[in-house]
Design a binder for this molecule. Sequence first.
Ligand code: AMP
Ligand code: MG
Length: 489
Amino acid sequence: MKGDGMTFTNRKTQAGWNLENTYKQLSESFYSTIDPNPVADPELVLLNEPLAKELGLDPASLSEDVLGGNEMPEGAASIAQAYAGHQFGHLTMLGDGRALMIGEQITPAGKRVDVQLKGSGRTPYSRGGDGRATLGPMLREYIMSEAMHHLGIPTSRSLAVVTTGEQVRRETEWPGAILTRVASSHLRVGTFQYARQLGEEAVKQLADYAIDRHFPEVNESNDRYITFFEKVVERQAELIAKWQLTGFIHGVMNTDNMTISGETIDYGPCAFMDTYDPKTVFSSIDTQGRYSYGNQPGIGEWNLARLAEALLPLFADDQEEAVKKAEHSLSKFAKEYKKHWLSGMRSKLGLFGEEAQDEPIIEDLLGIMEKHEADFTNTFRQLTLGNKTEMDGRVDFDQWRKQWEIRLERQQQSEQEIEKLMRRSNPSIIPRNHRVEEALEAAVSKEDMKGVRELLAVLADPYAYTPEQEPYTKLPEPTGTPYRTFCGT
Ligand code: AMP
Ligand code: MG
């Protein structure tokens, strides 16, 4: 630790930090111990009080110096993790280039979560980057990740955003900021790809660590590594089904951005789809549409195949047998995904039980929505409320509605029960791109956080169907230019 004016006080009793560092039990090749990188003037802009309390932290005592990386709480480790990753299909050695892990907080409920400062300065993995982040994208990650959480989708969380009092140069200068990210771990598919480069022992060590941390039940299995792999397959299949069911487009599904825990991570270029179109892409760098909405399940499976490759030596001594086992386990992805997607779509349409025609009813609706360029969220919202959609009056949609109503009438459940299921399954609101941009613009150029706070408030219960949510269901005025997102940092 540096001695240049920084203090490392014990804030445990004050703020409630209760940190451990089990990641440091791994071989030193997995991380670099780094000195915190002080910033000029950390100032708190957003604090997630409910999350702080869940973590056992006292919101009032959380110091800006800790959240800005100037001061380490007692028990902090300050490391950057090493990992590799297939970025748009090409394997690269990476690592936390601008993040500092301060430790694993043990929550009052006994849960272990990583606490990481994102935008905290250069690390040995920064390559050409400055290690910093700017206010707009860090507020955007906060909004998107918290929206995902409240939609019921597993995700990393956002505890706080502080400005650093420093300017950060991108295409122009922006206020610097640090996001405190909380995740059940930052183990990625790419961490295993990195381990594979180190050798079989490292892969084994990492797999054992991941099992203990996320899937302790695997310790009972007599084929632990294949069982572990299948658990990850199941979690990711369920996660990606949830993305599809809400129209979430991750935008940069590189293997380094895919977790072992099954949480959504890395909120750079993500966005929610308005008009239903499987080809939808928002990311400015995804020119080939590799990570389009419709491709997400396939890419998920592709990424898991890279995880299987990394784990291969643990599956069996004989290479051919190992490959066979991996292929068998990976083939479960498509089935699991389909199971979750189908059951989610049934719920969105208020269908109880399972009938053979359900899938054609679902597919027909999606086909009609695509043809008429219907809004994804609002279509299901209107169906939930028993209102007309923008497609009513069209012959194909009217026919579809009849089929759907016949199917609804065949089931025993009452209208109220059906509506209840649909309200639970169809969010009234999502973070609409134009609303997010509007709020960020005011926050960054006018230091006006009102829009961000209001947006966060309505997104805290997306299934509430309150009158306050009504304005947030409105679509943007057509601009003629498609919405673009950036890995923009
Ligand atoms: P991402 O596209 O956000 O997944 O980032 C890919 C890699 O680039 C990760 O290893 C990041 O840590 C690194 N990175 C992104 N932005 C910066 C930056 N400004 N300085 C250093 N490293 C960065
Ligand atoms: Mg990343």
